[in-house]
Ligand binder design. Structure first.
Ligand SMILES: [Zn+2]
Length: 509
């Protein structure tokens, strides 16, 4: 009788938590890692992974694509085993979770409560459906932006609704402040105070999105986040600090690191791209705000047609005609070494996580759904970050540019995001590790060939170099082939209780 269900034999095991980087055999029983050993292990299935790296699967803390199956296939090919939408979230109620559990998911998933959606419901009577498709339409609509300040009664209602969602399992509070920048500072502070009271993390897209020139520039957006964390004691997570800080990244990182040294609880994330992506009707793309961001309309690419927006008049036209249309914003030039240095700075910030901030593949006006939609059709588009960020980190940032060690890169993609959540979400203590008792979410890749192939012109080219991807002990990619009917992804909820075999139970679970 074999002792293990699955053995990965003779790979170079990198565990960012224990700093293990050595040849080991990994034994898996059910959905759990049961052995990491120098000794030969006997398994019902044993796979030779000699010459390959065995590491914890990547955890994307900022994915908007975990409701869209075709995109998730491409994400598996990029080494992602858990995709969490923490910036936007899955409100109303448990809608995000309900859809995922109904349809099945190849990778693990989870959602925060969605402040923006709840605010729109309370003040404007319009809501989303728990998907990024529904939310995009809402955020592209000008009406929610004109709702103005919340009254005391409305703020109370918003905090109560968020509170209910946290009690229902939401992983924290997603705050898309940059999409509703006219919401009150008091309201933002009150939501952060709620997070402190509930002992959950907030995830903020800063109020000053991309602004570089003062007033209302990146420093002010950062200062608001830092001040709310300092004042309330909440753990705040600073979403895509690279993009919302843009060319002001130096100042923002100074502020955040200084505050952290003085005990303020702030974590950060960044992605290795010089372009962002959103809906063209977003508040922060109003033509009159572009000079403040040091970008022009021609830096904006309308994804549906690939058109570079020639003038501000054309931008106004597109915003009016198709506010929910996706666009790419080239805020830095990746071929310019000074701009590349800004990306490097954000990526290498101590303790920072990697993220994609990826929106799903889109065809026409809709995000691509459907089990059978693989490979994705020729006309499917998205920002390449959705499907190539982790391979880009390993191939370009580690192997080609030597920006960081392999172990550091793996840690930023797996352990760091697990640690953002693990105080408030016990289930995350078992993620981001290759150690006994951890969930068997494992990637096996070739460090010499792993690479991102997705480009702004062709985001349908998926990453290469990942040999096996295992989620909860089950293959979703085996011998570089996707297993299309494998749906081992599980919901991660704040209330998920772990067994006592790993870590300790928090008193507030
Ligand atoms: Zn954002």
């Amino acid at each position: 009788m074999s002792k293990y269900d699955l053995v990965l034999a003779g790979g170079r095991v990198i565990d960012p938590e224990t700093q293990l980087d050595a040849v080991r055999n990994v034994g898996i029983i059910g959905h759990t890692i049961a052995a990491v050993s120098e000794e030969t292990l006997e398994g019902s299935v044993s796979i030779d992974v000699g010459g390959l790296v065995v590491a914890p699967g990547f955890i994307d803390p900022h994915s908007h694509s975990n409701q869209y199956l075709p995109t998730m296939r491409a994400m598996v090919l990029d080494g992602i085993t858990t995709a969490l939408d923490l910036e936007a979230g899955g409100s109303p109620g448990t809608a995000g979770y309900d859809k995922a559990e109904r349809e099945g998911r190849p990778i693990n998933f989870g959602f925060a409560a969605n402040w923006a959606e709840i605010r729109c419901r309370v003040l404007g009577g319009v809501g989303g459906d728990g998907t990024i498709g529904g939310l995009s339409k809402l955020m592209a609509n000008a009406t929610p932006r004109q709702l103005g300040l919340a009254t005391e009664q409305e703020t109370k209602q918003i905090t109560e609704m968020i509170s209910d969602e946290i009690d229902g399992g939401a992983l924290g509070i997603g705050i898309l402040l940059g999409y509703l920048p006219d919401a009150g500072h008091d309201e933002y502070y009150d939501i952060t105070a709620l997070a402190a009271e509930k002992d959950v993390v907030t995830f903020t897209h800063s109020r000053t999105s991309f602004n570089v020139i003062e007033p209302k520039a990146a420093y002010e957006g950062a200062a608001e986040i830092v001040a709310a964390a300092a004042g309330t004691g909440a753990h705040v997570h600073y979403c895509h600090i690279n993009s919302t800080s843009s060319r002001a990244i130096g100042r923002v990182l100074d502020l955040v690191s200084g505050a952290r040294e003085r005990g303020v609880r702030i974590t950060t994330e960044a992605y290795p791209w010089g372009a962002a992506s959103t809906v063209i009707g977003a508040a922060y793309l109003a033509p009159e705000t572009l000079p403040q961001k040091l970008i022009k309309s021609t830096d904006i690419e309308y994804i549906r047609t690939g058109e570079r927006v020639a003038t501000n008049e054309r931008l106004e036209e597109l915003r009016a005609q198709d506010p929910g249309g996706p666009c790419i914003i080239h805020f830095l030039d990746e071929s310019n070494s000074d701009d590349l240095e800004l990306i490097r700075k954000a990526l290498l910030f101590p303790g920072g996580s990697l993220c994609t901030d990826g929106l799903p593949y889109q065809v026409g006006a809709e995000f691509l759904e459907g089990v059978g939609n693989w490979p994705v059709p020729e006309e499917a588009t998205c920002h390449p970050r959705t499907v190539g960020t982790y391979a880009k980190l390993l191939g370009q940032c580690v192997r080609n540019w030597g920006w960081m060690s392999l172990s550091d890169a793996i840690g930023r993609g797996s352990l760091a995001p697990a640690q953002i959540l693990e105080e408030s979400v016990p289930a995350m203590r078992k993620k981001g590790r290759v150690s006994v008792g951890a969930d068997a979410d494992i990637i096996v890749f070739d460090p010499e060939t792993v690479d991102c192939r997705a480009t702004y012109k062709n985001p349908r080219k998926t990453s290469v170099g990942f040999r096996h991807v295992i989620v909860n002990g089950e293959f979703v990619l085996r011998d570089s082939e996707l297993i299309l009917d494998a749906m081992p992804g599980r919901a991660i909820r704040r209330t998920t209780l772990t067994t006592s075999t790993f870590g300790s139970e928090p008193s507030h679970a």
